[in-house]
Design a protein around this ligand. Structure first.
Ligand code: GRG
Length: 314
């Protein structure tokens, strides 16, 4: 097992680091750092094709909780990860996430008009633009991760590229989305629902933690422990998403509430009811915390993120 750092070494954009900074300040500093990094990474309208670039920025900047980047930074902090690599990896995973939201909202999929409190990309622009925005954000993600010399070890960097590719592909997020689309109006049991979410939402959350760890000194045993943690957090994230979809308002969520029930989609709430769904999320959180217990205090940001995921209100 790697040596546990006394305090996270990642420069998170604020002077005091690590233990002296509470979760709120730490996460807010990372969110601001991400905004700057994404703004540098995504081309602006001064570059041709300006309409596409403007829409890419609309889809990826100023919005979202940045949960996946927070996981990248927390895992990189635990594993004494390389600063610049963690930032690039966090941007890459966030761009894949942004692309998935743009495509998910299109009329051929979930057909939604509101995302992150503003009109979805196909509404603010048009459908062909939304399609291209998703495509281009995905390509940009891999361009960032493949930047020459990002990590001292090219082999390690290649592992990162492969990790993100498989998480986004047919055996990850895109595969989960295919199962989701196919499930409309059908009855899924709990294990089928879990399989769908492990791919659709869980794969990218697992990749976020793994990418952070790969920026640093994690060995195979560390990676396995972190993967257990991430699987549980990923599922808890989805269970709470279902709870919020059933309970919270459109205004709080910044996206249309109650969509799943409306679309006759199976959810943790429709299968278990609200109380049992909440209990399942709490159990998953406990499992996630148990997986990282061997790291001791060095994993406190990951622990805080597990708490955040189930306590979130949107
Ligand atoms: C189109 C290939 C393709 C995949 C889409 C992830 C996904 C698959 C669709 C998103 C639809 C959705 C609401 C999924 C539930 C969980 C989820 C990923 C919610 C949105 O993520 P947050 O809450 O969003 O992290 P923010 O806006 O905070 O970034």
């Amino acid at each position: 097992m790697m040596p546990v750092p006394e305090s996270p070494c990642i420069d998170d954009g604020i002077e005091r680091t690590g233990d002296q900074v509470d979760f709120k300040h730490w996460s807010s500093a990372i969110q601001q750092r991400m905004e700057r990094a994404l703004s540098r990474a995504v081309p602006g309208p001064a570059l041709v094709p300006s309409g596409l670039h403007e829409a890419m920025r609309y889809a990826s900047l100023e919005g979202g909780k940045r949960v996946r980047p927070l996981l990248v930074f927390a895992a990189a902090g635990l594993c004494s990860g390389v600063h610049q690599a963690a930032e690039q990896a966090a941007c890459a995973v966030e761009l894949i996430h942004a692309y998935s939201l743009v495509h998910d909202d299109m009329p051929c999929m979930d057909d939604d008009i509101l995302r992150r409190g503003k009109p979805t990309v196909h509404k603010a622009y048009d459908e062909p633009t939304a399609l291209l925005v998703g495509d281009a954000l995905q390509s940009l993600a891999f361009e960032l991760l493949a930047a020459p010399g990002l990590l001292p070890s090219a082999q390690r960097q290649l592992q990162m590229v492969a990790c993100l590719a498989s998480a986004a592909g047919s055996q990850g997020m895109a595969g989960g989305q295919a199962i989701d689309l196919d499930a409309v109006g059908k009855t899924l049991d709990l294990s089928q629902l879990e399989t769908m979410h492990r791919l659709k939402t869980g794969a990218l959350i697992r990749a976020s933690v793994r990418l952070g760890a790969l920026c640093g000194a994690a060995d195979a045993a560390d990676l396995e422990r972190l993967d257990h943690y991430a699987s549980r957090v990923g599922l808890a994230f989805q269970v709470i998403d279902d709870v919020l979809d059933a309970q919270a308002s459109t205004q709080t969520l910044g996206k249309t509430a109650g969509k799943d029930a409306q679309a006759n989609k199976p959810t943790y709430v429709s299968l278990l009811g609200l109380d049992k769904a909440r209990q399942l999320a709490a159990d998953l959180r406990s499992g996630a915390l148990a997986s990282i217990a061997p790291f001791g205090h060095g994993a406190h940001r990951l622990a805080e993120l597990a708490n955040f995921v189930i306590q979130r209100a949107f």
